[in-house]
Design a protein around this ligand. Sequence first.
Ligand code: PXL
Length: 290
Amino acid sequence: MQSLPNRLPRVAAIHDMSGFGRCSLSVILPVLSVMGVQVCPVPTAVLSTHTGGLGEVEFRDLTDYLHPALEHYKRLGLEFDCIYSGFLGSEAQIDHCLEFFSTYPQALSVVDPVMGDHGKPYRTYTPAMRSRMGELARVADLITPNLTEASMLLGQEYPLSPLTRAQAKSLLVRLSELGPHLVVITGVSMATDEIANIGYDRQHNSFWYVPCDYVPVSYPGTGDIYASVLIGSLLTGDSLPMAMDRATRFLEISIKTTFTYATDTRHGVMLEKSLSYLTQRDVLNNYKIL
Ligand code: PXL
């Protein structure tokens, strides 16, 4: 006799908590929760705001919290269906993330290699941290870099001109060769004049393309929201292109809504307005084959 599940999908989210600016755990928690996924935050640092231009940030590193927290979860015999790492506060945290990933080999391992955007590294990301991010990518099932982070992981220049389909596929395949069998790159400017999120599933040798409407602004935290919706979708039964589509549509709605209010972009997207969209579980099909 098959018994009914007695818990929801559960994610350990190893990210920072930024008090203001709508990024990292502040957006990951509501997004995954509203999708019916339990999030256990494992904070890497506490910051007064994100590091994207809001002045001198109060920063408390939590490197020494990570290992004891994991030990406690082991004592409790807690199971996780996904380990999801993102913004890290120090180089040593890479080792702690590796320990989380190796403790839960059955869990979907997701690495958002948060390191930079718009061709530039984030302030707190030292060259040592950037060079070690590849070690995390190696153990991941899924990585979700933006184009800046994809270029950093491959040690190549940020592409200044739009990508052809062949170049986009080559990026995905080379990232997958670092380890992950699922690769999604966000915010790719394509030679077709479209901005798209692109994905690759090595096991099925499938390449996916989800175009998004262009909005002439950029907000912090959108990568965290994208990856969270993607994970929430995958853990609740969507295929990779369906999950990419859901994440893309949700960001489109969030970004367009926020844009109409002409807010300070550093304050992030008005997730509070759009969050309820994620309770809809309609099947989407705006994805294309890359
Ligand atoms: O959204 C990525 C991110 C996460 N955490 C902090 C950040 C950023 C991007 O700027 O500064 C603290």
